[in-house]
Design a protein around this ligand. Structure first.
Ligand code: FAD
Length: 445
């Protein structure tokens, strides 16, 4: 198997979590409620960060109290059906349903710990039958949420968050996983654990693995953190684990070329249009999720297009963290007149007028306009380890590998086999949802 069973352990805990991002911290928070358990989170480097902290922090949940208050009809079942319809992976339904069932409980719990949650009624997304993205009231994104959750973990005397301590391998024995090997200040420590949770996210920053599994992406802008190097996949594979849907990613067709910020996915629902370098409209902007739109942009001239919107669309979206960052970065060009817009697009006024022709039932944009050249990017991978609905890592025969759990980007995600199947909110749902499920089960033992 992997690292040889050591003669002596350097430390012992009940639960060892590899990775202190969304899944890892949620697992630890839920497990540590049991005072009889000791929990350690080993984090590669908070300086380099986790994707949860650079995310928009949008939490997808169907059947919440905010939806009820707003008269939005939704349920975990409806949520799961949307995910399966988008991704087409019916076989994965048991995991999807378990996560969607956990989602309202975990978002309620996050709010009940003092975090200001609201329903994003202004956050429509392709593929969603109901408004179900929840966010913080200030729209500050995932950094605020992760600070809050890590702060909560500090309050548990039976839990430790060990930073700058990458897990480098699993320790095995007795036919299962018995601990982790951790590198601290260059010294290898062996930590014994009854349960090990892999929460190290995906492999989007591992060029060899991306080249092997997602060669169709070409050379996208990379918008995730440096720590996503797929470390845990090799350890689990050596124990007989399986991989699934490795060709899927969370892509974005909203990355501003030359800046790396993103514009709001709500823009197309407020009338924004996409015009390519030849001055052509090429897609129904509302019909595509941003992950799917990345594939469309990759096929356009120069692998980019101009997103054009007006003052009304700007007013409806400017408070999102994505728009604030793009505006602050100077990534948005203001075009007071149609002549200015035509100049920015490199087309004649007539061609520009034609490009702005609204699709049936949509409104016409009016001056003043705003423009950003958007391209495609890769944010995270969505393929990973096969798990059961309880987060247990399964081997080739479908049997749980004793002592081993995985969630978030380390496990197979919810997009199905292709990036086009990614629905907004799937990433944090897999991560917080599986952390919730695994941590609750460990605490309940
Ligand atoms: C720009 C951007 C915006 C996004 N917006 C959203 C959104 O609004 N809603 C949504 O649902 N999803 C969003 N996502 C996706 C979401 O952030 C991820 O799916 C989610 O964070 C995955 O959670 P995780 O716990 O698996 O990984 P992470 O949150 O990335 O945490 C993994 C942690 O593991 C650590 N680690 C890695 N290797 C090791 C190792 N060997 N040992 C110890 N620690 C290790 C890393 O340092 C990191 O801290 C976004 C992603 C990006 C990049």
């Amino acid at each position: 198997m992997t690292a040889p069973a050591p003669h002596a352990w350097d430390a012992e805990v009940d639960v060892a979590v590899a990775g202190g991002g969304a899944c890892g911290v949620m697992t630890a928070l839920r497990a540590a409620r049991d005072p009889g358990l000791t929990v350690a989170v080993f984090e590669k480097s908070t300086r380099d960060g986790c994707n949860a902290a650079i995310s928009s922090g949008s939490l997808a949940a169907g059947g919440t109290r905010w939806q009820a208050a707003a008269g939005v009809e939704d349920s975990p079942r409806r949520h799961a059906d949307d995910i399966i319809r988008a991704g087409g992976d019916e076989e994965w339904r048991p995991v999807v349903e378990a996560l969607c069932a956990a989602a309202p409980d975990l978002v309620h719990w996050i709010a009940d710990t003092g975090y200001p949650v609201e329903l994003g009624l202004d956050m429509p997304r392709a593929g969603m039958a109901a408004r179900r993205l929840h966010t913080d009231t200030g729209r500050l994104g995932g950094a605020r949420l992760m600070r809050h959750l890590r702060g909560l973990l500090d309050g548990y005397g039976n839990a430790a968050f060990v930073d700058e301590a990458p897990v480098v391998d699993l320790v095995t024995g007795d036919g299962g996983v018995t601990g982790v090997a951790v590198s601290q200040n260059g010294v290898l420590q062996r930590v014994r654990a009854r349960s090990v949770v892999l929460a190290t996210d995906g492999f989007a920053n591992n060029p060899a693995l991306v080249g092997e599994h997602l060669p169709h992406l070409g050379t996208p802008f990379y918008g995730g953190v440096s720590t996503s190097t797929g470390d845990a996949l090799g350890w689990a594979l050596r124990l007989g684990a399986r991989l699934r849907n490795m060709g899927a990613g969370l892509r974005s067709g909203l990355v501003v070329a030359g800046h790396g910020t993103r514009v709001s996915p709500a823009l197309p629902f407020n009338g924004a249009v996409l015009v390519d370098r030849d001055g052509e409209r090429f897609v129904d902007e509302e019909s595509k999720g941003y992950s799917s739109m990345a594939g469309v942009l990759r096929r356009r001239p120069g692998e980019r297009a101009a997103m054009v919107w007006d003052a009304a669309a700007m007013a409806a979206t400017r408070e999102s963290e994505m728009m604030r960052e793009s505006l602050a970065a100077g990534a948005v060009r203001d075009c007071p007149t149609i002549e200015d817009l035509a100049g920015a697009l490199g087309r004649t006024v007539e061609e520009t007028e034609r490009a702005l022709t609204p699709l049936p039932g949509r409104r016409r944009l009016t001056a003043p306009y705003h423009l950003a050249w958007v391209t495609h990017g890769l944010l995270t991978t969505q393929g990973g380890l096969v798990i059961d609905p309880g987060g247990r890592v399964l081997d080739g025969a479908g049997r749980p590998i004793p002592g081993l759990y995985a969630g978030g980007g380390t496990a197979c995600g919810l997009a199905g086999p292709h990036s086009d199947g990614y629905l907004s909110g799937n990433g944090l749902l897999s991560a917080f949802g599986m952390g919730w499920i695994i941590g609750n089960a460990l605490a309940g033992r």
